[in-house]
Every structure is written in structure tokens, then in C-alpha cells.
Design a binder for this molecule. Structure first.
Ligand code: FAD
Length: 265
């Protein structure tokens, strides 16, 4: 495609355009490499749709689409679902009744200085941080789904989604290593928010200077002091995180009221 125009954005905000573009990519492009969903993959996809239908802090037409997709998946008596049926539902069946997910990739906070950089993987991190914060803010949202009363619900769903569907397999292996090590120790929704933050920083650290790094967006330990001065402390001359402040910052940053609708339809 032709060069896209750079969009002004504020790095202290989260952009709905990134989240919606990510869902569009996930449902219409990434999933398309699986002709049929069955067995463990189907379970994983159902749980993923459950989590986003209940927790995605989106615009009404998108949330309605996700809820309808969930109802459809749960009510189908099939143990194999052709991807085309999912695509058909996401694309056509719904427009009539005011449900709609963008079919454009409109990256804002996740735009990259080159085609291959940032974008979808960036939006996937953004999505899962947003979902862990929503789960902490609205613990009852998953009632009657089979995922309630499980502080690891969002993280375990992410783990299984990444393992089965994420196009970057190497990323999946790395993520699984981290999950195996300590995801089981998460016992509260707040710990889940912090776990994902900590592991994302581990990934940032590993990838700093790698080819996948956008020179315009160097990998850092995040949030940087300009975004959250109170998150940073010095203990005996060494840098330390103030995790209480980090948690409060993550809840603000990824909270529904910090999500900008700019550049969405
Ligand atoms: P990203 O790391 O994608 O971050 C997106 C945004 O999240 C940042 O702009 C910032 O606003 C915010 N953010 C940054 N750090 C944190 C944090 N600690 N907590 C909360 N928010 C934060 N690429 C590889 O090359 N190898 C891998 O093994 C690999 N593993 C991955 C595993 C997963 C689960 C995912 C989703 C992606 C993985 N990637 C991997 C891709 C890589 O992590 C980046 O997503 C990609 O390089 C784009 O980087 P980015 O600059 O857009 O920032």
C-alpha cells in the first residue's frame, strides 16, 4: 500500500483505533490461517471471545458484535467450526442490526515508521493490558461464563491465544516460558495487571536494539519517568519500581476513560 500519513498522537493515551484495528486483524486476518477450529483451539477461541465480549471497553456496535459472536459460538452444537462461518458472521450478518467492526487498519499509538514495525503486536499488548485492567475494575463482568472467580482468567486466555493463534511463533514460545515460570502464582486481579506489566518489560529488555525495534520507538522500561515520575524510586543508589504507584498508573493509563476515540469511525 501507499505510504500512509503520520498521525499525531499522545503517548499518554490509549487509542480505540489501535484496539479496533487489532481486533479486525485478529478476527479477519490472523484467524484466517485456520480453516476450521476444533478441539483445544476452539475452546481457546471461545474463551478469548468470552473475555473480549465481557471486558472490551469499546463502542456499542463493536461490543454488540462481540456479544453476538459469543452467543453464536456458545449455542452452536458443533465441535468443528469452519473459519468461513465466523468470517461471514463478523462481516455480513451483523451490519443490518447495528453491529460493526472496522475493516481498516488504522494504527495510531501503534503506528510504525515502517510497514513491518509495531502495529498488530503492539495492539495485542495494548488489548491485553486493557483487559487485565477491566477485569480488576469490573470483577463481576465475567459472572456466569465459567471464567469468574479466577484472577488468572485474562492472563490464561492470553497465554492460550498466543500459543495457538499468534502469527509470531517465536513470541509464543518466549511467552510460554514466562507463563510457565510464574503465571500460576497470580492470585488477584491487581497481581494480574502487574504480572503482565512486568513480563512486557522483560520482553522490552530482551528486544532492545533488535531488528524488530522501531528506531522511532526504542524499547524502554515502561512507564518512563516522564509518564509516571512517582513510579520510579531510588533504593541505595539503584533504580527501583514503586509497584503501588505503577498499579495506580496502569489502571489510569489503560482505564476506559483514558481511551481516545480519535481516528475511529
Ligand atoms: P510494544 O512492546 O508492542 O508495546 C506497545 C505499547 O505498550 C508501548 O508503546 C507502550 O505504550 C506500552 N508498554 C510498553 N511496555 C509496557 C509495559 N511493560 N506494560 C504496559 N504497557 C507497556 N517480538 C520479538 O521480536 N520477539 C519476541 O519474542 C516477542 N514476543 C512477544 C510476545 C507477545 C505476547 C507479544 C504481544 C508480542 C511479542 N513480540 C515479540 C513483539 C514485541 O513485543 C512488540 O510488540 C513489537 O516489537 C512492537 O513494539 P512496540 O514498539 O510497538 O511496543
Amino acid at each position: 500500500t501507499a505510504a500512509t500519513v503520520w498521525k499525531e498522537f499522545d503517548k499518554s493515551k490509549v487509542y480505540m483505533a489501535d484496539l479496533e484495528s487489532g481486533l479486525h486483524f485478529l478476527l479477519r486476518i490472523e484467524l484466517a490461517s485456520h480453516q476450521t477450529l476444533e478441539g483445544k483451539e476452539l475452546e481457546t477461541f471461545k474463551d478469548f471471545v468470552t473475555v473480549i465480549a465481557k471486558l472490551f471497553p469499546g463502542q456499542q456496535p463493536v461490543v454488540k458484535l462481540l456479544e453476538t459472536l459469543l452467543e453464536w459460538l456458545v449455542s452452536l452444537p458443533l465441535d468443528r467450526i469452519p473459519y468461513d462461518a465466523i468470517l461471514d458472521l463478523v462481516n455480513n450478518k451483523m451490519r443490518i442490526s447495528g453491529m460493526y467492526l472496522t475493516n481498516k487498519l488504522e494504527w495510531v499509538g501503534c503506528q510504525g515508521s515502517q510497514q513491518a514495525l509495531r502495529r498488530y503486536p503492539c495492539s495485542l499488548w495494548t488489548l491485553f493490558h486493557t483487559l487485565t485492567v477491566q477485569a480488576a475494575e469490573r470483577p463481576d463482568a465475567l459472572a456466569n461464563t465459567g471464567l469468574e472467580e479466577n484472577a488468572q482468567a485474562v492472563l490464561q486466555t492470553m497465554r492460550r491465544y498466543i500459543g495457538s493463534f499468534f502469527g509470531c511463533q517465536e513470541c509464543g514460545w518466549h511467552f510460554e516460558e514466562m507463563a510457565k515460570e510464574s503465571m500460576d502464582q497470580v492470585t488477584t486481579h491487581n497481581e494480574a495487571v502487574l504480572w503482565l506489566w512486568r513480563k512486557h518489560n522483560t520482553v522490552n529488555n530482551r528486544l532492545a536494539g533488535a531488528l524488530s525495534e522501531d528506531p522511532q520507538f526504542p524499547k524502554t522500561q515502561w512507564p518512563t519517568p516522564d509518564l509516571c515520575p512517582a513510579c520510579h524510586e531510588e533504593v541505595e543508589g539503584l533504580h527501583a519500581w514503586n509497584e503501588k504507584e505503577v498499579l495506580a498508573f496502569l489502571k489510569r493509563h489503560y482505564g476506559a476513560s483514558n481511551i481516545s476515540p480519535k481516528y475511529t469511525a
